[in-house]
Design a protein around this ligand. Structure first.
Ligand code: MV4
Length: 453
């Protein structure tokens, strides 16, 4: 096992990884920017090393500085967390070339799956259903119009190097196609440094379901069931739950078998997630793979009892998976609310400043993953997510009641958060019924604005 790991991240996920390392007897190295000197991950790690100024491009995204920090501290492995360098194949390769272990899948798999039209081809070859769409990238606007015609409108233009819904364009009618195609291409160029785009049939108001998978270097692949990510705003998830309430066992089993197929086809070695969209008739389609640990991994941990971060570290060190598929049993129901420093009543504008007082919820079945503490100052430089509230109950309704109670206990003074948004959502008739799809938040926000609820 590794003696020392560098955590190439900040915030609650850095804290989460440090906790796993401590329980495993592994020494930890935190990295931090000058804006994060007082951060909790810096205080909890055994060592901490500054990697640059507050702007992430100069610190947390600065590969040379991060690698130098790892070499200087004699770290044997680097855990990238999520965001930042976690899905950067160049970084993964650099870590390996410098004689350390990247805690994640192989750089080639990160690269292959990061190219979303290539990922589609790999998925088709593995025999897993994808949304009808273009074969690879689109070329000229004229050819693209022809492809769209054969797929049938509405179609969706997606950035090949995008992902997570950024830069997607729905085209309803052929008359709008060329204009939106050109907009999508220039947006892709501006955001991802590459103007490649591909095409998919637009599935209207689907459910958004993802499967957690784990693989090791010995050819073992398991899935840890699914998460439902349907409460999201502008492709930022707000609430995740597991398992998915509306999914039949038949569809779940078929999807799970396909997850293993794709894991095997890519020799997937570490934690990953397959995203699917599911239509009203429970037809499911692969849309993307995320080759990292995700923000919402705790809901899977709560229903399976498996520590995904520890498992990532173990398989990265060359161990076999410590459990088999038969060991993965779903127990109860889990929900996660992402608490962000933002103002829902003011266009979700980020809220920064000092946390003056703080009371965290607790009790049976309540988990809080956070980096905030009294007098901590929220920086404008980073993501607004400051706390993940995760609850576990025997069933969905018990989990919802626990979440309501936990939100009532949560008190964060000094900044504005979205906790009331979550509180309303936990009381919304359609949410409680489980009667929602990806169109739900938009309707909910309109209701709130009208004062109906
Ligand atoms: C789609 C889709 C419908 N049809 N692809 C959004 C996140 C990214 N990972 C992929 N996403 C989607 N891809 C096809 N072919 C619907 C989504 C989607 C979505 C779209 C609009 C508004 C909210 C959404 C929430 C989840 C998924």
């Amino acid at each position: 096992m590794f003696k020392k790991i560098l955590i190439a991240n900040r915030g609650e996920i850095a804290v989460r990884i440090i906790r796993a390392c401590k329980e495993m007897g592994i020494e930890t190295v935190a990295i931090y920017s000058t804006g994060d000197k007082e951060a909790l991950h810096v205080q909890l790690a055994d060592e901490a090393i500054c990697v640059g100024p507050a702007a992430a491009v100069k610190s947390y995204l600065n590969m040379e500085n991060v690698i130098s920090a790892a070499v200087l501290t004699k770290s044997e492995a680097i855990h990238p967390g999520f965001g930042f360098l976690s899905e950067n194949p160049k970084f993964a390769r650099l870590v390996t070339e410098c004689g350390m272990v990247f805690i994640g899948p192989d750089a080639d798999v990160i690269e292959e799956m990061g190219n979303k039209s290539r990922a589609r081809q790999v998925t088709i070859a593995a025999g897993v259903p994808v949304v009808p769409g273009s074969e690879g990238n689109l070329t000229t606007a004229e050819e693209a119009v022809e492809v769209a015609k054969t797929i049938g409108y509405p179609v969706l233009i997606k950035a090949t190097n995008g992902g997570g819904g950024k830069g997607m364009r729905v085209v309803e009618h052929e008359a709008d196609f060329i204009n939106l195609f050109n907009i999508a291409k220039s947006e892709a160029k501006a955001n991802f440094g590459d103007d490649s785009v591909y095409l998919e049939k637009y599935v209207v108001n689907p459910k958004h379901i993802e499967f957690q998978l784990m693989g090791d270097a010995h050819g073992n692949y398991v899935h840890l069931f699914e998460r439902d990510c349907s409460i999201q705003r502008n492709h930022q998830k707000m609430i995740e739950e597991a398992p998915c309430r509306g999914l039949s066992d038949k569809t779940r089993d078929a999807m799970a078998a396909d997850v293993i197929k794709l894991a095997r086809a890519t020799k997937y070695n570490n934690a990953g997630t397959l995203e699917f969209i599911v239509d009203k008739d429970e037809n499911y389609y692969f849309i993307e793979m995320n080759t990292r640990i995700q923000v919402e991994h705790p809901v899977t941990e709560m229903i399976t009892g498996i520590d995904l971060i520890k498992e990532q570290i173990k398989v990265a060190a060359g161990a076999k998976l410590s459990f088999t598929q038969a060991d993965v049993k779903v127990n109860g129901y889990a929900i996660e609310c992402r608490i962000n420093a933002e103002d829902p009543m003011n266009g979700f504008m980020p809220s920064v400043g000092r946390i003056e007082n703080l009371i965290l919820p607790g009790g049976f079945g309540v988990r809080v993953d956070t980096m905030i503490y009294p007098n901590y100052t929220i920086s404008p430089f980073y993501d607004s997510m400051i706390l993940k509230l995760i609850v576990h109950g025997k069933n969905r309704l018990e989990a919802i009641k626990k979440m309501r109670r936990a939100i009532e206990e949560l008190f964060i003074d000094g900044i504005t958060t979205n906790n009331e948004f979550h509180y309303y959502m936990m009381h919304h008739v359609d949410y409680v019924k489980g009667d929602f799809d990806t169109s739900f938040v938009g309707k909910f926000l309109e209701e709130l604005a009208e004062g109906k609820k």
